[in-house]
Design a protein around this ligand. Sequence first.
Ligand SMILES: *Cc1c(COP(=O)(O)O)cnc(C)c1O
Length: 389
Amino acid sequence: MSTHLMNTYARLPVTFEKGRGAILQDTDGKTYLDALSGIAVCSLGHSHPAISDAICLQSKTLMHTSNLYQIPNQIELANKLIALSEMERVFFCNSGAEANETALKIAKKYGNQQGITQPTVIVMENSFHGRTMATLSATGNPKVHEGFTPLVEGFIRVPFDDIEAVKTLSDNSNIVAILVEPIQGEGGVHIPQAGYLTALRQICDANNWLLMLDEIQTGMGRTGEWFAFQHENIVPDVLTLAKALGNGMPIGACLTKDSASNVLVPGNHGTTFGGNPLACAAGLAVINVLEANHYIPSVASKGDALLKQFKAAFAEQKGVLDVRGKGYMFGIQLDRPCGELVATALEQGLLINVTRGDTVRLLPTFVMNTEQTDELITKLVNIINQFLK
Ligand SMILES: *Cc1c(COP(=O)(O)O)cnc(C)c1O
């Protein structure tokens, strides 16, 4: 193991050599069912041939020119995302944090344009928005803040899924926007009550605030719709994407509509790599594959079925406090810390995640077949029941 890497991750003692679909293989030839997808990135599985081909072909044609010039792939990908989301404009970048930085810059300038000297964004407790200074400041997790003060100013925090708490801020004239995840991912797969986003939309409209949705984890089909806001009849002003947009090729995007679309002008924001021909070729291939194979409706129906199976399996298990999910995003909350389950599952050839200490999080690939799905259920139920014994 290299000692020259910065000490930012406590890595598991496994090295993957290759992957295909829902399966990864380590350097000893042992195979693993991947129920985490590189943290909601490889939704279409590993080494998807259509995506690999698109990357390969584009890399042999043209990889990068900079945003000083026209980039047809970027325009094409923007058009696709606009058609799917009903947004109006796109800024491409390389990661989720950068997409949220873009959103936060839009919010600040939107406020400054109206003469608001302390533009403030409402953010949620238990949220996650990234690791750059502004996005970690927006994040609702004291552990992420620890050691990095002074934080970026201009955030006010309320509990997630609490409309009344947002309403009480209506007379605060510094507020310019709400930044929220439609489902909290890192925070433990918390799904708000139906109508939450609609209520936030109404409050934003009434107060002239921007509704900014962080769909970095929930976007691109993960919850059974292209974007999680499409479960409700609303459209946000700002939408951020990354993770699954490139199926492993780093790419992020910040989408805007209406007044949020006219805030940034040349000189306000930029990126060297963002939206280069290679990354956008991957993004286009991802959308093509998702559309051609009708994966998203199947994520909705298979996700429902899988959730029912997990609920049934743990119905009598008192150590399991809650089983929740939407599409292919699942959280199984236990009555005790369960971080060690990651290593237990790894030993048994299954890749899972534990978030917030006590919640098993699953973000399986959309390409998992029936046998693999059965294997996931059998192994996971067994691992959790053994652990709780
Ligand atoms: C992963 C994630 C981010 C950060 O994305 P990076 O690409 O790691 O910067 C931001 N918001 C949410 C909801 C995420 O899941």
